[in-house]
Design a protein around this ligand. Structure first.
Ligand code: NAD
Length: 350
């Protein structure tokens, strides 16, 4: 398997493979950049089709974390862990303890937290083995706990900014939003969108999550294969990445794409494809930074929930600036965000 010549290799600093015989843990930690601080990013547990897909995910997600943390103004670089899910290594306290030891062995160059397939509870077992973990159960009104509600709050504000910019309305009342994936972030986002008066269309490949969403909220359920092509105003991807491609983009009817999923664009060129179709894309790592903002405040300590709220509310202004620049220059929003992130990292390196 190639690393230095891998298509997703982007001057990553290091790549680490971990195996634990007792629990069957197989994990990859990719450290993209520590120029701005220790590489921070969640741990994803997913059943990958093969090891190559897991490596690709780790490389792409860790670069995304460098960009996300830089644009959010955090003292963190970019890193990400993936745990290769399989039936021989089921989720267990022991598995996450083994993962915690792996994280600890990196001596603080990587800080973990929960991502897809992991929870606050799992992080408790990681914490028993290492201090380099955040997203732990919240105590009182201090920053901390499940980061996904914060991600959802940032996404709601980003959707509001995008709708105002592209559709010219400052209210979400009656705005049709298709949410792909009603997991941790997606369900919270649906709640917030519903409160704001939006009309909801949802899909999920997990029946239980779909059932929970439809029991709680007035949603129209759409088949997973159809959701992204729905006749809606906004598409909010909140599942996995690589959904915006040269094949899918021509069929998308939404005018705005703004959601939590990481790596929504298959390639940077897909951002230009969206701009050509006049679809306003909120760069994923800018709009979905709410969770890592909470994780960072928790990790560095002595912060309140209120401080997290203030930091998260700045996502809206960052997106607004990108949307305005895209309008005045005609450049794709993803290109502008990438440029901003790369400049911040380059400045830190100097
Ligand atoms: P999650 O695992 O709780 O939810 C993801 C949901 O998407 C699940 O219900 C899953 O069944 C569903 N799903 C998977 N494939 C699907 C498909 N093809 N169609 C429809 N649904 C599908 O994960 P999460 O924590 O809610 O994260 C969602 C996305 O947001 C991920 O890409 C994650 O990396 C990103 N993200 C999450 C956070 C956070 O705070 N949790 C922060 C930033 C970014």
């Amino acid at each position: 398997m190639a690393f230095f010549t891998h298509a997703e290799f982007d001057n990553h600093e290091s790549l680490h493979f971990f195996h634990d015989e007792a629990t069957g843990l197989q994990a990859i930690v990719a450290l993209h950049s520590t120029a701005l601080g220790p590489g921070a990013g969640g741990c994803r547990r997913w059943i990958y089709a093969n090891e190559a897909d897991a490596l690709t995910d780790a490389l792409r997600l860790s670069r995304g974390m460098t960009y996300k943390n830089a644009v959010a103004g955090l003292n963190f670089g970019g890193g990400k862990a993936v745990i290769l899910g399989n039936e021989k290594a089921p989720k267990s306290p022991e598995l996450f303890a083994a993962f915690g030891r792996a994280v600890d062995s990196l001596g603080g160059r990587y800080i973990t937290a929960e991502d897809v397939g992991c929870s606050v509870d799992d992080m408790r077992y990681v914490r028993e083995q290492t201090e380099f973990v955040s997203g732990l159960p919240q105590t009182g009104s201090s920053a901390g706990g499940d980061p996904s509600p914060w991600t959802a709050i940032g996404c709601l504000q980003g959707i509001e900014a995008a709708v105002e910019s592209r559709l010219g309305t400052d209210s979400l009342k009656g705005v049709r939003v298709a949410v792909q994936g009603v997991g941790h972030v997606g369900l919270h986002l649906c709640r917030l969108l519903h409160e704001a008066g939006a009309e909801l269309y949802v899909s999920d490949v997990n029946r239980e999550n779909l059932k929970a969403a439809s029991a709680e909220l007035p949603v129209t359920i759409v088949a997973p294969t159809e959701l992204i092509y729905s006749d809606v105003d906004v598409l909010a991807p909140c599942a996995l990445g690589n959904i915006l491609t040269s094949t899918t983009i021509p069929k998308i009817r939404a005018k705005v794409i703004a959601g939590a999923a990481n790596n929504q664009l298959a390639t940077a060129a897909d951002g230009a494809r969206l701009a050509e179709r006049d679809i306003l894309y909120a760069p994923d790592y800018v709009i979905n930074a709410g969770g890592i903002i909470s994780v960072a405040r928790e990790y560095y300590g002595s912060s309140s929930e209120e401080e997290v709220r203030v930091d998260v509310s700045r996502i809206r202004d960052r997106l607004q600036a990108i949307f305005d620049e895209a309008k005045s220059t005609g450049r794709p929003t993803n290109e502008l965000a990438d440029e901003l992130a790369r400049n911040l990292v380059a400045a830190a390196k100097k």
